[in-house]
Design a protein around this ligand. Structure first.
Ligand code: ME8
Length: 519
């Protein structure tokens, strides 16, 4: 079984999860499930980023200690991911003692190799970004992302000699053309590097909510330096070399475009400084936008603090789109489907309530739901509720073959929207086939059996193909067309070869999977 290691960013626990963080997490989950279906040995990591000034500030605002605050907020992430059916293998918290040990071990190694030095830093700092800005990067004196004032800071800091890695990073990217995808994002990373790299400050003395620096206990590591190391902690860096050698060479980081610099410039340089290979794959996705403004929780929090109105283009809608609330409204798989299908992974796209409703009605109620309900109804009326066997010569076989190939190809390219589009072409072909043959008008007999057996076979294949995107719907479909167990136990590509529906199984219509919604 080839190993496959996929990670999400670890999310800040300054506030609750939102649709943006759900977007990354659902995409990573679907990709992990896809690889399991292909028979790979998968490790799917997500978690929470719990240190730094931003978290300490949020805790103080709620009159809690940072530890109390993170212990409380992490539960909201776990609950939200549960409601979205996220099947992670490991949930990491950066406050875990084992993670502290890994951070210290990793950075001590970089220090021992001479890539960390003491210096003084003065600059303009945005606490929400946990990052310094240059004067010319500010907008009206404010952080260009969070539109809040930056603070002048001067600290004795340890610096990581990022500047020493310009040449090595360029060489790494030249030797690894697929290290950052899509290509436009790779070019952005190369642009950063070619623009010149300055050494970066990696420790703080102004607060203590972080991992203590092993060689100087007055300092804690800057939160990004502790956070990135989570990807190593989870695979046993420095503590379990077999585990590390198994997973690290197949690491795939899925991130949003806001954190490209950290993952595609700083992180590979840090790995090189510690004498390990950088993660071989980073996939950078775009942003979901609401009314053109970033759907970030900092903005939501700000609109709440400031009374909301006028702070963002549509503050009320932002607060309405907590992922679990959407799940309560539409059902988990409708939300997952929307997040995977609406916006190509890698591009920016609009997120709207109206968009979910219209895709729900078109794709889920009218196409997928309708196919199951038609087939099950006619199997009930013409075949006594027992599904006939698949017709090996069916005209649907060719459409299925193409859909399967296209879906496999698209999932392998991390293009869930295309994979689902291909899967829906098969659903469309099966519905069109039923409309052309009208089995409900025929007398029971071999012709009806051939049509229904083919439609059931198309549904079987569709069920396997949608299972990474919609695990619980796929489970229900699987049982309704007569199988026991779960489609997740199937293995591709064999499970999608035409001819697998055996016939003789009890087909159950049941309640509508996706009742139509008012537009
Ligand atoms: O940056 N559209 O955490 P974070 C799509 N702790 N994705 C979005 C989004 C949007 N509008 N808004 C946020 C951090 N995201 C650090 C990461 S990793 C070592 C440390 C997603 O809670 C996207 O994946 O601010 C983005 O990269 C991430 O949330 C930022 O999450």
């Amino acid at each position: 079984m080839p190993p496959f290691y996929v990670t999400t960013p670890i999310y800040y626990v300054n506030d609750a999860p939102h649709v943006g963080t759900a977007y990354t997490t659902v995409n990573a989950d679907a990709i992990a499930r896809w690889h399991r279906l292909m028979g790979d040995d998968v490790l799917f990591l997500t978690g929470t980023d719990e240190h730094g000034a931003k978290i300490a500030e949020a805790a103080a605002a709620h009159s809690m200690s940072p530890q109390q605050w993170t212990d409380t907020t992490v539960q909201r992430f776990r609950a939200c991911w549960k409601s979205l059916d996220i099947g992670y293998d490991r949930f990491i918290r950066t406050t875990e003692p084992g993670h502290h040990d890994t951070v210290r071990r990793f950075l001590q190694r970089i220090y021992d190799r001479g890539y960390i030095e003491l210096g003084t830093y003065s600059g303009l700092y945005c606490i929400s970004c946990e990052d310094y800005y240059l004067e010319e990067q500010l907008e009206d004196g404010n952080c260009p992302i969070h539109h809040r004032p930056v603070v002048a800071m001067e600290e004795d800091n340890y610096f990581f000699k990022l500047s020493a890695f310009e040449g090595r990073l360029l060489k790494w990217y030249e030797d690894h053309p697929d290290a950052v995808l899509p290509v436009a994002k790779r070019n952005e990373a190369l642009g950063f590097i070619r623009g010149g790299l300055r050494d970066i400050s990696i420790t703080r003395t102004s607060f203590n909510w972080g991992v203590q620096v092993p060689w100087d206990e007055r300092h804690v590591f800057y939160v990004w330096y502790d956070a990135l190391v989570n990807y190593l902690t989870a695979v046993g860096y420095g503590s379990d070399s077999d585990r590390f050698d198994h997973w690290w060479p197949v690491a795939h980081h899925l991130i949003g475009k806001d954190i490209l610099k950290f993952h595609c410039v700083w992180w590979p340089a840090m790995c090189m400084a510690a004498d390990i290979d950088p993660a071989p794959h980073v996939f950078v996705h775009g942003f979901l936008l609401v009314g053109g403004e970033r759907l970030s929780k900092t903005l939501v929090a700000r609109s709440g603090e400031d009374g909301g109105e006028g702070q963002t283009t549509s503050p009320v809608r932002l607060t309405e789109i907590a992922p679990d609330a959407l799940v309560d409204d539409f059902g988990v798989d409708a939300v997952r489907y929307h997040l995977l299908r609406e916006v190509p992974l890698g591009s920016d796209g609009e997120f709207s309530y109206e968009g979910i409703v219209s895709r729900y009605n078109a794709d889920l109620a009218n196409n997928l739901g309708n196919l199951l309900s038609r087939v099950a109804t006619v199997v009930g009326s013409k075949c006594g509720g027992t599904g006939p066997a698949c017709d090996p010569q069916s005209p649907l076989a060719a459409a299925a073959g193409t859909a399967v190939q296209d879906a496999i190809d698209a999932w392998n390219r991390w293009a869930p929207h295309e994979a689902l589009e291909a899967t829906w072409r098969l659903i469309g072909a099966a519905n069109a086939y039923l409309e052309a043959t009208e089995p409900w008008k025929l007398d029971p007999g071999p012709d009806v059996d051939a049509v229904l057996g083919s439609a059931l076979e198309a549904l079987r294949i569709v069920t396997v193909l949608v299972s990474p995107a919609m695990p619980s719907t796929a489970g229900a479909l699987w049982n309704r067309i007569g199988f026991v167990g779960s489609p997740a136990d199937q293995r591709l590509p064999d499970a999608a070869a035409w001819g697998g529906y055996p016939g003789g199984l009890a087909v159950e219509k049941g309640a509508a999977l996706f009742p139509r919604r008012k537009p």
